[in-house]
Each structure stands twice: as structure tokens, then as C-alpha cells.
Design a protein around this ligand. Sequence first.
Ligand code: MRU
Length: 352
Amino acid sequence: MQVNGVPYRTVWMEGRTVRMINQQLIPHRFELSSLENHLQTAEAIRSMLVRGAGAIGASAGYGMAQVVLEAPDDDRFMTYIESGREALRRTRPTAQDLFYAIERVYAAALKGATAAQARLLAVEAAEALADENAAAGEAIGRHGAELISDGARVLTHCNAGWLAFVDWGSALAPIYMAARQGKRVSVWVDETRPRCQGASLTAWELNGEGIEHTIIADNAAGFLMHRGEVDLVIVGADRIARNGDAANKIGTYEKAVCAAANQVPFYVAAPMSTIDLACASGDDIPIEERSQDEVLYVVGRDDRGELTRVRMSHQGAQARNPAFDVTPAHLIKAIITQQGVHKPTELPCALV
Ligand code: MRU
């Protein structure tokens, strides 16, 4: 996708350095960050400088490649690789793409007969993952665009656009593709408390693509569905269980319940790498709990242009901050992957 006419990926590698768009600053500033080693890349994932399942997957893949590039060329080689792998695995628990990417690069490195070969194979695997991620987003866009008719009003939650991938995105890819096919599309953007990825990131992306969009408070979605002002819902996923249950940003489940109550089709868009065959159902998906400060404070730009953090509740107030929830398969009309549009209970399970 382009930012001010310049094509960007969300994350990429230059030599031993991982480069990424700093998502903590959007929409107020557009800056690139450079992570010089795997510990910096792990911290970027943990602190959500990069976020969104696909983007953290690609970043973790590059981080794992950094581990192999950094490993000392002596008998500490494997110990270093195991400890770097663990550091990356500990960053965020829910997004399956993170684990998928780390393990693929790790497995590729192990095939090298020498340290030099392992380094080459690790970088190749990380680059292949990023390319596949971008290609999957485009294919999801093509399949999903068929579900969007001219004039459709789509509701989405959180940010599952190109910032959450390497390119294109998952939930937003069908919208981008439909718009490029000449369809008129408008988007209801859930603000997505507590971190407001909808208001900050999704609205910024849609603005860049020239797509009509309106930010709504999270609790306005049910009202709009009941009024008949939403034609379909498309969201992304952080992990999909074998039975089609899908974990995504907290609040997604509520949207699915409202959609079912109002006969609004509810779709999940995700690449095959998000499916975790080891999870029989959504009950097995680990759900990240984050700091209560994300609920107690909001961060934004004040009228003088300064980024400011303000507290919203009384001193001493307690908050709980689960970052994801699980939408059961029976509330999902279909899951859009790079292979097509599937009933959630009939997912293709041939993982790459
Ligand atoms: O906490 P985040 O911002 O990483 O959560 C992102 C989401 O929940 C997205 O909807 C999800 O990753 C799917 S998009 C690839």
C-alpha cells in the first residue's frame, strides 16, 4: 500500500536490521523504526510498536532470522538460537501467526549443515513468510470482494488492514479490492477500546485509500445494525481453532452476537497460518491480558499538537483488560482465507 504516494510494507529486513512502520505514532506521525537485533524486535512486538497478527508474525519471522544471524559461530550456536526463539515466543500469546513464523524460520535454520547455511536458510524463510503473507492478503481480498455488493456498508472491528499484515490486510483487503473494482463501499469503523486501533489505524488506512468511512463508539454497532444500516461485518482473527471458533480483538464477540440478532452476515478473514489445529475449540486459545492502564488512560494528540496521556477514572480505580475474545463458529457465516470462502466448520486444513 502507499503512504503519500510511496509504496510501503509494514515490516521488512535490510541486512541484519528489521525495519517497520511505528504503529504507536499513527495517525499523528508517520515514522519508521529500525530494530538492530532480535531483542529489539521482540520488544517492538511486546510493546505493540508493531501489532496485528500478520504483521507480528512477519516481524517474529524476521526476529528469528536475526537470532540465527547473531548466534556465535562456536559451541554456543544452538543455545543462543533456543534462547532467542524463547524470547520471541514470550512476546504476545494469542496470535498464532507469531508462533507459526518463529517455528518455520527455526525449522529452516536447523536444516543448514553449517552455521553459514543456517543463516542463509533462516533469512530466506523469513522473506518467504513475508511474501506469502502479502500474497495471502491479496487473495483474501479477491475472494472477499465477491461478498461485497455495490453500495455496501461494512462494519469492521480493530485494525485488520495492511498495517496488521505485511500488505493488503485481512478484513480490509476485500474492501480495498471491491473499491478497486469500482464498487462504492462505506465502512463503519469501531473505535475499538481500549487501544483504539480502529479510530487510529483503520480510519487512517481507509483515508489513505480514499474509502468513505465513519468512526463509531464501540457500543453504537448494535444500534446501527438494528436500524438496518450495516450490510455485513468483516473482522480479522488472531487464532482460529479447528472447529472454526475465532479469537479476535476484544469486542468482536459482541459484534457477532448483535449481527446474529439482526440477521447481518458476519465474516472472519484470515490466512491459513492463523488456523491452529492444536486448538480443538476456542476454549483452548490463550487470551492475552494486558495492563489495566490501557483502560484507565487514553492517549491522543491535544489541540496544541502534543501527544498526551490522560487518566479517565478516579485514582485507585481498578480495571480488567482482556485483549481478545472468542467468537463461536456458529455465529460466523464464513471464514475468508487465501483459498476461498469456507463454512467455519469446513476449514481447509492443509497448512503451508
Ligand atoms: O492487539 P492487536 O492490535 O495486535 O490486535 C489486532 C487484532 O485483533 C486484529 O483484528 C487481528 O490481529 C487480525 S488482523 C491480522
